[in-house]
Design a protein around this ligand. Structure first.
Ligand code: RET
Length: 299
């Protein structure tokens, strides 16, 4: 019987960009040791838990911050939900790509689908940029052009990285990787400059948090091109597959849930300061026990 798959074939999309067979590329990782397979299996499983748990947290945490920062928390929740879904698909694809035979995990023939990761980035990276800009609560006329520039650059970065990622050919990987690094450097430069500029407008405790956010951005975003580079650094075969997947997963946990927590901390601190400066009570949804006791009875 002929099996017809209704799932979109993203690998075909990639083949439009590069010459060479997908099976060729995977031939570099024909069999994994059980510890290599399990390391990635557990990393993906951890990422699923981290993404979904933080989605719940960010969604509920909206009530604790002032009105103008809620959008940042909502976007954080969206980013990690999208990532949680994609990690679930990545995890299943990993399981389907290998099977245990005579003590080694060998390829089943079902290709491990890298496209889930790239589609995830295509959606989450622009949203992460919205999150970073939203928490600074810049005036709309400054925020909008900044976001458009960054979002366009992020799409170019990801779209040009993908053909290199799925290629079996090192030269192809280097060329597309270099092209993708141009918008990457531009995004980091613009974000660094904008975050630094915004420092003067922030109260002291927020300044420390924004400095940390700048550092976390550099640190987490920096891991992606390093992981991508591994196959060119003499790390070959199964170790390259394991290294790239582990690198991307660590970077994703840093760039989404951990970054989201920092955004939450900034929103919380700014909410407190906004309240203190305006002399008005901070606008939050939750009512503490103390508030209830001290509120005079309404007739
Ligand atoms: C690629 C290709 C090689 C060159 C560079 C890359 C950068 C990728 C980055 C991805 C960031 C993803 C984030 C996801 C979070 O949701 C595409 C690997 C520079 C920076 C932040």
């Amino acid at each position: 019987m002929i099996e017809v798959s209704l799932a979109p074939d993203f690998t075909l999309l990639g083949a439009l960009f590069v010459r060479g067979d997908i099976a060729d590329r995977l031939s570099t990782a024909r069999s994994l040791t059980p510890s290599q397979f399990n390391l990635i299996y557990n990393a993906f499983s951890f990422a699923i838990a981290a993404m979904f748990a933080s989605a719940l947290f960010f969604f509920n945490a909206r009530a604790q911050v002032g009105q103008k920062y809620r959008i940042a928390l909502l976007v954080s929740a969206l980013v990690v939900s999208i990532a949680g879904y994609h990690y679930f698909r990545i995890f299943n694809s990993w399981e389907a790509a290998y099977s245990l035979q005579n003590g080694a995990y060998t390829l089943t023939g079902a290709p491990f689908n890298d496209a889930y990761r790239y589609v995830d980035w295509l959606l989450t990276v622009p949203l992460l940029l919205v999150e970073a800009v939203a928490v600074l609560a810049l005036p709309v006329k400054e925020a909008r052009p900044l976001l458009i520039k960054l979002a366009v650059a992020s799409i170019v970065m990801i779209a040009t990285g993908y053909p290199g990622e799925i290629s079996s050919n090192l030269t192809t990987r280097i060329i597309w990787g270099t092209v993708s690094t141009i918008p990457f450097a531009y995004i980091l430069y613009v974000l660094w400059v904008e975050l630094s500029k915004s420092l003067v407008r922030q109260p002291a405790p927020v300044q420390t948090l924004v400095r940390n956010m700048r550092l976390l951005l550099l640190l987490s975003w920096g891991v992606y091109p390093i992981a991508y580079l591994l196959p060119m650094l003499g790390i070959v075969g199964t170790s390259a597959t394991v290294g790239v997947q582990l690198g991307y997963t660590i970077a994703d946990v840093l760039a989404k849930p951990i970054f989201g927590l920092l955004v939450f901390a900034i929103a919380l601190t700014k909410t407190k300061f906004d309240g203190e400066n305006s002399g008005l009570p901070v606008e939050v949804d939750h009512v503490t026990e103390l508030d209830v006791i001290s509120t005079p009875a309404q007739s």
